[in-house]
Design a protein around this ligand. Structure first.
Ligand code: 691
Length: 445
């Protein structure tokens, strides 16, 4: 058939049979479905982004922690119908243990808090940047892994914790050049939904499941959300009440419906007044429809969004005061957020804010004759001991070396030549000023 492109034999593979080596079919050089490689240019961008995450964490005086990517499956078995627990990258290991590639970080962090129990003094302010996984049928072609920056405050029952976390998020955006006209942070509290369910005498045990369903508003149709709520056991009048309250556009309107004594109102008012003092009021906005999709949130929840509405949530988080008791421990109040590595990069591209990250090398050392390769190694090694990044180049024409120096943005070109070496010297070209001079080898700094 002429519609099948002739697959050109890739050059060099497989070696022709007469070469005597067995013929090896070229392996699939792509990484597993839904995963990414990070070649140097992509890795520079990732390192730059993670450096911003780390800097903000340091500025907020959070301590770095880390956990295994591999966790017990039991840590993530939840009954609230979350997408994240329906897509666990789970398997049985060779010891017959049910394990997962973690889909999120918070449960691991809660596990460590419990494990460290009495030996740590509260509050804890921990952060980590870690890869998270999901096993999604590739029908949707979405990624199966991403990196998430997490910041969590453990042992702070009051809204100060949420205010500190929002401070971190705003600082990150500001450092990246993103403004409050590009991005907003929607804030609400799950205690709003809790109050509504109480009004309609909906059993507490349905709370997490209702939150997970309500979080789908805006992603699936309102009718579908109502259908799911009904099948979860929420009465149709309660569904109406939920939809009505969640569409309220202001705290005052919410207060009018729920009454001033509802904790949610007091919490949110406190957060908005703290925001004034932090100086980030223009970033946050009350939005009763924010519930987030994780089962364990119990109080204030928030998510950053692009005001053009083109992208999915940039980051999100909230208070989870009862997560530890689901692991059998005494509860410790906590709140945190997750900030993925994908949407933020899309936003930076949209806003033309991606940094231009080229390579940077201090010195290129190049022997002008091949019998000087030993001398060139001596020069390179001496400079490296001084902490210079040195690119030792050989078997190239001088023309190529100059082009290479441009490409890697080298500061200096150190040429090791016969006549100079006889006089204990090397030739130095400063590439920015075109300045050129000879210097004694042991005076090279
Ligand atoms: C935009 C994107 O890559 N999202 C993403 C990718 N991988 C994940 C893996 C686990 C949990 C959430 C995930 C979310």
């Amino acid at each position: 058939r002429d519609d099948i492109d002739e697959v050109a034999e890739p050059p060099g593979f497989p070696p022709p049979p007469e070469s005597g080596r067995e013929t090896q079919q070229l392996i699939d050089v792509n990484p597993p479905r839904g995963t990414r490689d990070f070649p140097p240019e992509d890795m520079r961008l990732r390192n730059w982004l993670f450096q911003q995450f780390r800097e903000v964490s340091r500025i907020l005086s959070f301590e770095e922690v880390d956990f295994p990517v591999l966790e017990s499956e039991a840590l993530f078995i939840r009954k609230a119908g979350e997408e994240i627990t329906q897509q666990l990258y789970n398997f049985e290991d060779k010891g017959g243990r049910r394990v997962v590639l973690r889909p999120e970080i918070t449960p691991s962090l809660a596990r460590l808090v419990i494990k460290q129990g009495k030996s740590v003094s509260l509050p804890l302010k921990w952060f980590t940047i870690g890869q998270c996984w999901r096993y999604e049928r590739m029908t949707r072609g979405r990624r199966r892994e991403h990196y998430q920056w997490n910041m969590d405050m453990i042992g702070v029952p009051r809204v100060r914790a949420e205010a500190e976390l929002v401070n971190a998020i705003v600082l990150l955006f500001e450092r990246l050049g993103i403004t409050s006209s590009d991005v907003g942070i929607r804030v609400s509290s799950r205690k709003v939904l809790q109050a509504v369910l109480q009004m309609y005498a909906i059993p507490e045990c349905l709370f997490a499941e209702v939150c997970v369903i309500v979080d789908k508003l805006g992603k699936i149709t309102k009718e579908e959300v109502e259908k799911e709520l009904m099948s979860a056991g929420v009465t149709s009048e309660a569904v109406k009440g939920i939809v009505e309250v969640l569409s309220l556009a202001s705290l005052d309107k919410l207060e009018a419906v729920l009454g001033a004594d509802v904790e949610a109102i007091a919490d949110l008012k406190k957060l908005f007044s703290l925001a004034e003092h932090y100086g980030y009021s223009q970033w946050i906005t009350f939005d009763a429809s924010v519930v987030r999709g994780l089962a364990y949130y119990t109080g204030i929840v928030f998510e950053a969004f692009d005001r053009e509405g083109k992208l999915r949530a940039i980051c999100g988080g909230g208070r989870y005061d009862q997560l530890l008791s689901t692991f059998g421990s005494d509860d410790i109040p906590a709140c945190g957020f997750g900030f993925g590595d994908a949407v933020i990069v899309e936003l930076l591209k949209e806003k033309g804010l991606l940094p231009d990250l080229g390579r940077q090398v201090d010195d290129i050392v190049f022997p002008l004759d091949e019998e000087l390769e030993g001398q060139a190694s001596m020069v390179a090694s001496a400079l490296r001991r001084k902490g210079h990044s040195v690119d030792l180049v050989e078997d190239k024409r001088l023309k190529w070396v100059f082009k290479h120096a441009e490409r890697v943005n080298a500061s200096r070109l150190i040429l090791v030549g016969n006549s100079e070496w006889q006089r204990g010297m090397v030739r130095v070209k400063v590439l920015s000023t075109r300045e050129e001079y000879e210097t004694k080898i042991d005076e090279l700094s």
